[in-house]
Design a protein around this ligand. Structure first.
Ligand SMILES: Nc1ncnc2c1ncn2[C@@H]1O[C@H](COP(=O)(O)OP(=O)(O)OP(=O)(O)O)[C@@H](O)[C@H]1O
Ligand SMILES: O=P(O)(O)OC[C@H]1O[C@H](OP(=O)(O)OP(=O)(O)O)[C@H](O)[C@@H]1O
Ligand SMILES: O=C(O)c1cccnc1
Ligand SMILES: [Mg+2]
Length: 571
């Protein structure tokens, strides 16, 4: 590979290719098939595979395509090592022709061509996300790794985009999932692709270092519980923000502010006795002394409203005296809407009382088992939360644990292939047997192109799959778009804009299209999500986006389908 083309691979990302992403990270049957292809003399057949999914996840009607960069990094280094071959020789046994292992040792992706949709694009069922072309055994060997790299990345990026939709554009979304993720690699991928999908930051420090995802965090209940007495604060000195002067005893100053707040507390919206927990105040002081410029307190260890909120305000006022602005609070249990509203009303009250408007603006972070439904429900109730910390439901994709991307052979040596076998099934009815078509599973044969057609308002109207020899759809010209399987469903479209969706990312050993950095991919997701019509994005019963085919492709698919589908026998 030339130096010039290598520039297209992002050095910071290609260099950190996970050590696990190697040719043996595959299903054994890929190797056995490669042997059988090789043995039957088909190693130089030219094959085309399409990678696509059949249904959007989470009962939705859109998906974010992610994981492409990792696939290109994988093919860039695709080669079996001597140790890999020794292992395969051992497990495959003596019946395998030793010359196969020499062949396997020589295998690279240098004869492979990959067309793909740019990472971060909003994509839809049945549209090939990648078209992988090359020697049959080699493109077959890529299947499992590609699917592994794309399925979870796209699933969790889509999940993150859905959380973003539910939370609205202004809320800060923090990914807190590492402790609940499916292992170390699942955790790292989650942090990377949640950022791409719409989160602002992660608590995962390694994801920050490796991928440049902004890191962020608060503190845990354990930190609050770890303090009991004042003498545990060995260092109490804090430098004033804008001078070299030092306040020698932050805690003593905090006691003064405590007395001030106590004298006013009865008039606060809380209208209760002022009795916050002393241990909690010590812990908050400890954190503020360590981070005077970034103090955010977890306030629900004892009692969020009666203790955490006033203790936070005591420390915030103390910091203010030294020139620092506290950041805010985190709520991690109970009714998040109610408590956030009470906290906000107390902040506003104090801001007025002391005539310091900025006190009304403290950030309120909420966490604790938040999912998409919770976000929509909170929105419906009215709340005062500025940021959400989300872990389990986001990274484990609890609402749907896998995206079903598949990798299907669509052409061998210019002969189109179609998979129809599972498209027919016998359904047993009480009185008769019926052959029913499961059209979802029919693959679309042949080498195809895909265009996104945009309407007058700038939003995409439909995706159009074409045959290689079809004419390119043109702006302003009428195009017949057909449903791929239902004959009566057709529409005429006169697009305002036509976008060819594929770029050649890998061409015989060279990276041939720019692989954008993580921040640009995130921006692409954001732009694409804004363009997509609201009815495709809504939570309940979203409208399916149309994926259509040209008349020629329709006829071609159906002719081939008829030629290949078995004729059933009824008795
Ligand atoms: N106003 C609200 N509307 C809808 N759901 C909420 C609201 N406030 C909190 N929730 C959700 O309700 C659930 C409360 O869970 P649960 O009762 O187990 O937590 P908790 O007892 O308050 O806290 P802990 O985690 O300490 O047990 C969480 O999933 C949380 O996200
Ligand atoms: O709730 P999630 O969406 O998974 O978000 C992450 C959670 O992890 C942390 O606490 P953890 O759950 O470890 O303990 P706790 O809930 O008992 O405080 C944090 O306080 C959140 O509650
Ligand atoms: O920084 C936080 O507040 C955090 C990080 C991980 C999990 N829960 C919370
Ligand atoms: Mg929790």
């Amino acid at each position: 590979m030339s130096e010039a083309s290598r520039l297209h691979l992002r050095p910071s990302q290609s260099g950190l290719q996970n050590d696990l992403i190697k040719p043996l990270l595959t299903d054994y049957y890929q190797i056995t098939m490669a042997y059988a292809y090789w043995q039957s003399g088909r190693k130089d057949c030219n094959a085309v595979f399409d990678l696509f999914f059949r249904k959007c996840p989470f009962h939705g009607e859109f998906t974010i395509f992610a994981g492409l960069q990792d696939c290109i990094n994988f093919v860039d280094k695709f080669a079996f090592s001597e140790e890999d071959i020794d292992y395969l020789r051992e497990v495959m046994g003596p019946s395998v022709d030793p010359a196969f292992f020499d062949y396997l040792l020589s295998v690279t992706a240098n004869d492979v061509v990959i067309h793909a949709i740019p990472e971060g694009t909003v994509v839809f069922p049945r549209v090939p996300l990648m078209r992988v072309e090359g020697p049959l055994p080699i493109v077959q060997l890529l299947e499992t790794t590609f699917l592994n790299l794309i399925n979870y990345a796209s699933l969790v990026a889509t999940n993150a985009a859905r959380f973003r939709l539910a939370a609205g554009p202004k809320a800060r979304l923090l990914e807190f999932g590492l402790r609940r993720a499916q292992g170390p690699d699942g955790g790292l991928s989650a942090s990377r692709y949640c950022y791409i999908g719409g989160f602002n930051a992660t608590s995962n420090v390694l994801a920050g270092k490796l991928f440049g995802v902004p890191i962020s965090g608060t503190h845990a209940h354990a930190f609050v519980s770890a303090y009991e007495t004042m003498d545990q604060l060995a260092n109490r000195a804090v430098k004033y923000k804008d001078s070299d002067e030092v306040c020698p005893d932050f805690v003593a100053l905090a006691q003064e502010k405590r007395a001030l707040l106590a004298s006013k507390w009865r008039e606060s919206p809380m209208q209760c006795d002022f009795n916050p927990n002393d241990r909690e105040l010590i812990a908050f002081c400890a954190y503020a002394i360590a981070f005077p410029h970034a103090f955010l307190a977890l306030i629900d260890t004892y009692d969020a409203l009666r203790s955490g909120c006033p203790n936070f305000l005591v420390v915030a006022l103390t910091l203010r005296e030294l020139g620092y602005a506290a950041i805010g609070v985190r709520l991690d249990s109970g009714d998040l809407a109610y408590q956030s509203n009470v906290c906000r009303s107390v902040f506003k009250w104090l801001a007025e009382e002391l005539d310091v408007p900025s006190l009304a603006e403290f950030t309120i972070v909420a966490s604790n088992d938040i999912n998409e439904d919770t976000l929509y429900s909170l929105e419906g109730q009215g709340h005062s939360i500025d940021a959400f910390g989300v872990g389990t439901h986001l990274v484990t994709c609890q609402a749907q644990p896998a995206l079903g991307c598949v990798y299907k052979l669509v052409e061998v040596d210019n002969r189109p292939c179609i998979k129809v076998q599972s498209a027919w099934r016998l359904t047993v009815h009480p009185v008769y047997q019926q052959l029913s078509a499961e059209v979802q599973k029919v693959t679309m044969p042949g080498d195809k192109y895909c265009y996104r057609l945009y309407g007058r308002d700038g939003a995409p109207i439909c995706d159009l799959l074409t045959r290689r020899e079809d004419e390119t759809p043109k702006v302003g010209e009428q195009i017949l778009c057909r449903h791929p399987f239902q004959e009566q469903k057709r529409a005429v479209v006169r697009p305002n804009r036509v976008e060819q969706l594929y770029k050649v990312y890998w061409n015989k050993g060279e990276v041939t299209a720019e692989l954008p950095d993580i921040h640009d991919i995130k921006k692409r997701v954001d732009d694409q999500m804004r363009l997509l019509r609201m009815d495709h994005k809504r939570m309940l019963n979203p409208t399916p986006y149309k994926v259509s085919v040209t008349d020629k492709l329709y006829t071609f698919i159906h002719q081939l389908w008829l030629d290949c589908a078995p004729v059933g026998e009824l008795s």
